[in-house]
Design a protein around this ligand. Structure first.
Ligand code: PMP
Length: 306
């Protein structure tokens, strides 16, 4: 694989990127038994800072708890591994990818009682996920023919490797058909989320986003946007929404650590509002990115200086 940084943290050691290898018989490779995170480090006015690093590491441990996967490192060790992966590579801004997975624990589906996970943390530069222009111009999305996972099949509240087979179907179908991204409905036919990002709709000045029960991952960017928008005086509600609500929206935007805040300019080739980034989306983007140069006061302690 293309080398993205000099060093990588793997099972307690910092090693050269190319040395972090696993065996082809790894359980996680065969059965999708892994949990992971994506965290951004911004080059802020305070210095390089992980955005909600603690909350992300907590979600990693939460995902592992859902699957009863023992991570053989403490919370503090995992935090330190995230910091080290950035500092050892001398990065000012970065995307951090911790991954806990079952490695060489045998081929049985049920992990043996004494099995523990491997843990790796990579950090590398990663620009705007859907392209620099998309932040202003917006993206074209389509409702996917693939539904999100049913709640009694695979828990979407865990950020687990296997879940991303659903995301791959959603995003590759969208791209094959000439869209930037897909939006999935849940098994009840209500709006869920994108392949790797949550969704917000603006209608008559009020902001809507699908609730936890809509087979979403509870995004930390989603939570940050809800908090920032309310702080700016917007009314934000978590509410089930139908597909046509997207067609009649004034504005739509998607949020995620990699995606950040991306305006949606059309859904199924129907223009959203006037087909351009709207004023509420712009205001929300400004308050979010303002956190990283001090224009938005970080009242919540979200910037964690490395
Ligand atoms: N949904 C899915 C399926 C995702 O993979 C992500 C990215 N982690 C998100 C939503 C957004 O979550 P966050 O804002 O915490 O990155």
């Amino acid at each position: 694989t293309a080398k993205k940084a000099e060093f990588i943290w793997f099972n307690g050691e910092i090693m050269p990127w190319g040395d972090a290898k696993v065996h082809v018989m790894s359980h996680g490779l065969h059965y999708g038994s892994s949990v992971f995170e994506g965290i951004r480090v911004y080059d802020t006015h305070l210095g390089p800072a992980g955005f909600r690093l603690t909350d992300h590491v907590q979600r990693l441990f939460d995902s592992a708890k859902i699957y009863r996967m023992p991570i053989p490192y403490t919370f503090d060790e995992a935090m330190q591994a995230c910091c080290d992966s950035v500092l050892k590579n001398d990065l000012k801004s970065a995307y951090i990818r911790p991954l806990a997975f079952y490695g060489d624990i045998g081929m049985g589906i049920t992990p043996p009682k004494d099995a523990v996970c491997d843990l790796m943390v990579a950090a590398f530069p990663w620009g705007a996920y859907l392209g620099e222009d998309s932040m202003e111009a917006g993206v074209d999305v389509a409702v996917s023919s693939w539904n999100r996972l049913a709640p009694n099949t695979i828990p979407t509240g865990a950020k687990a490797g296997g879940n991303y087979l659903s995301s791959i179907q959603i995003s590759t179908e969208a791209k094959r058909n000439g869209f930037h991204e897909g939006i999935a409905l849940d098994v009840n036919g209500l709006v869920s989320e994108g392949a790797g990002a949550n969704l917000f709709v603006v209608k008559k000045g009020k902001i809507y986003t699908p609730p936890a029960t809509a087979a979403i991952l509870m995004g930390l960017t989603r939570d940050s946007i809800i908090t920032l928008a309310r702080d700016q005086g917007y009314e934000v509600v978590e509410e089930a929404m139908s597909r046509e609500f997207l067609y009649l929206a004034d504005e739509i935007f998607m949020t995620g650590t990699a995606a950040e805040i991306v305006p949606v300019r059309s859904v199924d080739r129907i223009d959203v509002g006037c087909g351009k980034r709207g004023p509420v989306t712009k205001a929300v983007q400004d308050s979010f990115f303002g956190l990283f140069n001090g224009e938005t006061q970080d009242k919540w302690g979200w910037l964690e200086v490395l």
